[in-house]
Design a protein around this ligand. Structure first.
Ligand code: AHG
Length: 338
């Protein structure tokens, strides 16, 4: 097979972007390079998860009360370590950690950004060889540079994100990231160990064939949501259905498929958990940013995800996200106009 060596690598791409802004400091490019490096290391471990004794519970429970898998711990430590030793990040918040972490050294305190991440989304799928991912979100800190970062730096609404992205460890490993200027996807080329630009300027199709939701919860959803799901399964005047149901159990993989092919992903609130399961800061906000930049939409069923003012690091939110046309159809149901 001939491999095109003219394809831009992630580093080349970010530097090319940087060159368009001669006054830019290069801190964001450096941050993305750090994230790319951590992703490559985590990828190596994910790939051999079936071979080595890294599977299974790490013996602890995370702040959401869920079992922590060893790979979650590994991924968390790697992303945190790489960002700590870089030059662009003042501190991090992680889905796996109770509280945010201030790096608090001279270089970090003078850094412009804070990063929030879910180190291994879909980790319940690790031991059955299903795609999992890392999701990240970058904010410019609001606290004074030169001092340690503070909680307010992390509790910013999603519309203040500077960049967001995810890595999918799947049939191939991909890093997709968005800035306000666009969404670009890079596939890891194992022959050179570099993420190479494979999906430039990703646009989310206005409509798609897929709807993704946990049907097992159907009778615990609100009636309007149930009626919409019902509408997805048949041809009505209000939806382009019947759509095809696809639900992986790794949001990052479901969102990625729908971003590329068109579709809608839902994790609604249920009777027992009105705020659903997903975390605003680590999962919903970064995905909402990426999908919106690509032309799609994301809400909690009432308001735009990116406009929610977070009040706590681990707050949860219902999430509806995907193709713009399908989100408009959904809204008709949620507003009880149908
Ligand atoms: P986790 O990282 O704990 O495996 O959670 C995964 C998230 C999300 O990625 C996925 O879409 C959702 O939880 C699946 O939850 P349900 O099994 O409740 O549908």
């Amino acid at each position: 097979m001939m491999v095109n060596r003219n394809i831009l690598t992630l580093d080349e791409f970010t530097i090319q972007q940087l060159r368009q802004f001669p006054k830019a400091t290069g801190e964001l490019s450096s941050l993305l390079r750090d994230i790319g490096l951590a992703a490559k290391r985590v990828n190596v471990e994910v790939n051999k998860a079936g071979l080595v004794d890294i599977l299974g519970d790490a013996g602890s429970v995370n702040v959401q009360g869920e079992d922590v898998k060893k790979l979650d711990v590994y991924a968390n430590n790697h992303f945190m370590g790489v960002l700590k030793h870089g030059i662009s990040c003042a501190g991090i918040g992680s889905e796996e950690l109770d509280d945010f972490v201030v790096f608090n050294d001279e270089v970090s305190n003078n850094s412009k950004y804070v990063v929030l991440f879910d180190p291994l989304d879909g980790s319940g799928n690790i031991d059955v060889n299903v795609s999992i991912g890392t999701i990240f979100s970058v904010y410019k800190r609001v606290s004074e540079k030169g001092k340690p970062c503070v909680k307010e730096d992390f509790l910013q609404p999603g519309n203040r994100q500077v960049a967001a992205g995810y890595v999918i460890y799947g049939s191939s490993t991909m890093l997709v990231y968005a800035t306000r200027r666009g969404v670009n996807g890079f596939t890891l080329d194992p022959s050179i160990g570099e993420f190479s630009l494979s999906h430039p300027n990703i646009q989310c199709p206005e409509y798609g064939m897929f709807y993704s939701v946990n049907h097992g919860n159907f009778f615990r959803y609100d009636e309007k949501v149930r009626r919409y799901i019902d509408g997805c399964q048949r041809k009505t005047k209000d939806t382009g259905g019947p759509y095809t149901q696809r639900y992986i159990g790794s949001m990052v993989a479901d969102v990625h498929r729908n971003l590329i092919k068109g579709g809608i992903f839902m994790y609604p609130g249920t009777v027992d958990k009105p705020k659903g399961k997903l975390r605003l800061l680590y999962e919903a906000n970064p995905c909402a940013f990426i999908v919106e930049v690509a032309g799609g939409a994301a809400t909690d069923g009432v308001q735009r995800i990116l406009d929610i003012q977070p009040t706590e690091l681990h707050q949860r939110t219902p999430l509806f996200i995907g193709s713009k046309g399908m989100m408009d159809e959904l809204e008709l149901y949620l507003q009880a106009k149908i």
